[in-house]
Design a protein around this ligand. Sequence first.
Ligand SMILES: N=CN[C@@H](CCC(=O)O)C(=O)O
Ligand SMILES: [Zn+2]
Length: 418
Amino acid sequence: MNSHADLLIKNIGLLATPTGSVPKAGAAQGQIETHENVCVAMGGGVFLGVGSEEQLRSFVDADTAVLDAGGCLATPGLVDAHTHLVFGGWRQHELGLKLHGVPYLDILKSGGGILSTVRATRAASLDELVGKGVGLLHTMLEHGTTTCEAKSGYGLSTEEEKKQLLAIRKLDDIQPVDLVATFMGAHALPEEYSDDREGYVRLLIEQMIPLVAKERLAEFCDIFCETGVFSAEESRRILTAAREHGLKTKIHADEIDAIGGAVLAGELPTHSAEHLIAADDEGLAAMARGGTIAVVLPATSFYLGKPFARVQDMMSLGIPVAVASDFNPGSSPNLSLQLPMNLACYQYKMTPEQVLTAVTLNAAAAIGRAETVGTVEPGKKADLVLWDAPDLDFIFYRYGNNQVRTVVKNGTVMIERG
Ligand SMILES: N=CN[C@@H](CCC(=O)O)C(=O)O
Ligand SMILES: [Zn+2]
């Protein structure tokens, strides 16, 4: 490892970070490390050390840039483990329907919802999707997100899904936030297959998944297992095929109705299961047995006016919990992880320490990146957030404004706010 510090951040009032490279569950989820009045040295894009100026002196020379944190809080860069980042258009026209009580799945059934975003995404060029994505990712970075998962799922044909995945690849190349791509061709039944469910399932299994795997367009395969979308049995077939082609698996499980998604997640097992608002005891027990990571999405419960997932039960069962934004144009049009962090604290009753683990180490584990990001430890990517806050409680106590002061990505200061 490089021993020259390109950057030394000194005068950090409190550094709060989970430790290690495996997801934390149960009591361990809340056990983080804290360092008071500390410095962090980084070089070659990775953390070199945490300690006093004296302890880090060997890394520092005349070429080392020095940043004074002014006594504020520092945490690892945030990891957003669940987003639908790349899409055409928005869906503000659905707000009125929502306010009049039209259920989310009814909007989809009548050809709106996800299907309306499919039409807008198909109409957009790859360059347009990339251009829009750059702006969205910059906003995420301003709010502290340094690594982000991004799903396809608004193309719903081989060519259009590939366009979305190529947009994600291009975005990963041209802007600082690291992206992890997930193929989600099973996000909805496309309109042209409305009379041929089996035909679309076979297209996914026989053509789309093999292509995604062969061209390494995505690392994960996800599916919307829900009433009127894909059944648990269809999800089993599709995710099994994905696994046979070397893709890791995720599942949108029991978001609105418990139709066996969480049970399937635990049985396969999938790497992670998402939403889980309606997951029942059987589903949670299966996930605990299978070692599946729960990715819960409180901003979606908030926006859709749904109950909040049973996170206390998940933690009691020893399921590692990650919290993500679910950024998408329909059920969570919010780019900041800070709102879900606040909601996780207020609604799931998670402690600030548990939530910090949920948006750093556990989120990194949910997208296969726990070896490289999610904690401030030597050898990990030097992704760090300095907060406009003196301690960890403060960022959970305040809400509604961006509390990020500085964002460091791969050892370089990318964002400096006032
Ligand atoms: N629930 C399924 N998919 C997304 C919403 C997509 C949309 O409404 O466009 C989610 O995770 O919330
Ligand atoms: Zn989602």
